[in-house]
Ligand binder design. Structure first.
Ligand code: F6R
Length: 366
């Protein structure tokens, strides 16, 4: 059932070209410039005219929500708030009928997310679910939704569900931007084509870093890790850190790279591995300066870069490459080597990768 892999997590990491394609199948047809999400049909009007989009989720799904904040604001120009379900539900949030709430959950059973939905519903907001498990409680509690179709995710650490969530949210943002006219027809078609090519690039990303295990071997006994990224790669930094801590029990923190100098820089010495997500995008130059700052303090640098990058390669101790793509789609690629790195570190440390201590696949109690 593990399809020849040692662990479900590795199987699920490697399934991503297919799970992302499954997620887009029947929805995206770039050749004909078509993108249809059946679940949105009856609510497109509400979505398009929303004053605000509120995204609520927990854990990895919350990280997918953060990526969506960048997507929705860039393409559709609607303000977005991303809320931990556990905080949102208890702070008497300001919600109205003009809000469009998106709840993201792999299992569809997360207690806090479900409670956040009930609260927003009671205030008259429209609730849209992005779930993986068909017929789950959250899928049933929402007004409408879109399944991620990633297939069953058995490993407790979420991998293919995360990229499928981002795929759905990306399609939603593109549809919304196009309908609202904030995204031009030509840009829209160009992005649809790029998105359709993502599964092939994920396949490539999975195979192009034969050095991941070597890097894992070198740093497997580190006590701490820092993950830094900016823009679309900031949520990826959080997700990379979460993947490492939950399965390898190494303390790891993710930060927006610019926040480093407001505190975490004090932690940097020759013992500290710092993972930079430094792909070629609008914040590239800024990330390069942040890398220099870490290097000056003798931190060890592992950088995720765009294929062919030479500048960061010349500065980093190790690089992990991903294929080039549109800036907004980078998280679907840049998270791949981080999933692989945490997997290999956890295996080398003898950890129970699929069922880490103290964690459950669905958190049905608050
Ligand atoms: C991380 C992880 C958790 C879940 C979180 C939300 O790998 O598995 O952080 O992402 O418990 O779960 P869902 O998405 O099922 O609501």
């Amino acid at each position: 059932e593990k399809g020849g892999y040692d662990h479900f997590m590795l199987k699920e990491i490697n399934e991503q070209p297919r799970s992302i394609a499954d997620c887009m199948r029947g929805r995206l047809d770039a050749k004909n410039g078509r993108l249809v999400l059946g679940g949105l049909r009856d609510y497109m009007n509400k979505f398009q005219n929303a004053d605000r989009i509120i995204i609520t989720a927990c854990g990895t799904s919350w990280h997918a929500g953060l990526v969506a904040e960048y997507l929705f604001e860039e393409f559709a120009r609607i303000p977005v708030e991303v809320e931990y379900a556990s905080e949102f539900r208890y702070r008497n949030p300001v919600i109205s009928e003009k809000d469009f709430v998106i709840a993201i959950s792999q299992s569809g059973e997360t207690a806090d997310t479900l409670a956040a939905i009930e609260l927003a519903k009671s205030k008259g907001a429209t609730i849209f679910g992005v779930c993986n498990v068909v017929g789950s409680s959250i899928a049933r509690a929402t007004h409408a939704g879109c399944y991620t179709h990633a297939g069953p995710e058995i490993g407790v650490a979420s991998t293919k569900a995360f990229t499928a969530q981002i795929s759905v949210l990306t399609m939603m943002a593109l549809m919304l931007g196009y309908q609202r006219g904030t995204l031009t027809e030509s840009k829209y078609v160009q992005l649809l084509n790029e998105l359709e090519g993502i599964p092939v690039k994920v396949e490539k990303a999975l195979k192009m870093n034969s050095n991941v295990e070597k890097i894992a071997e070198i740093y497997k006994d580190s006590r701490n890790f820092l993950y830094l990224g900016r823009g679309y790669n900031f949520p990826v930094a959080l997700e990379g850190a979460l993947k490492l801590k939950e399965i390898s029990y190494i303390h790891a923190e993710g930060y927006p790279a610019a926040e480093m100098k407001h505190g975490p820089i004090a932690l940097i010495d020759e013992e500290m591995p710092v993972v930079f997500i430094a792909t070629k995008d609008t914040s590239y130059e800024k990330v390069v300066s942040n890398i220099q700052e870490v290097k000056a303090r003798k931190g060890k640098i592992i950088a995720v870069v765009t294929e062919g990058d030479t500048v960061v390669r010349g500065m980093a101790d190790h690089v992990l490459e991903v294929p080039d793509t549109a800036e907004a789609f980078v998280p679907l690629l840049s998270v791949i080597p981080l999933q692989q790195l945490s997997y290999h570190i956890a295996v080398m440390r003898g950890c129970n990768v699929d069922q880490p201590r103290n964690l459950a696949k669905s958190v049905t109690v608050e």
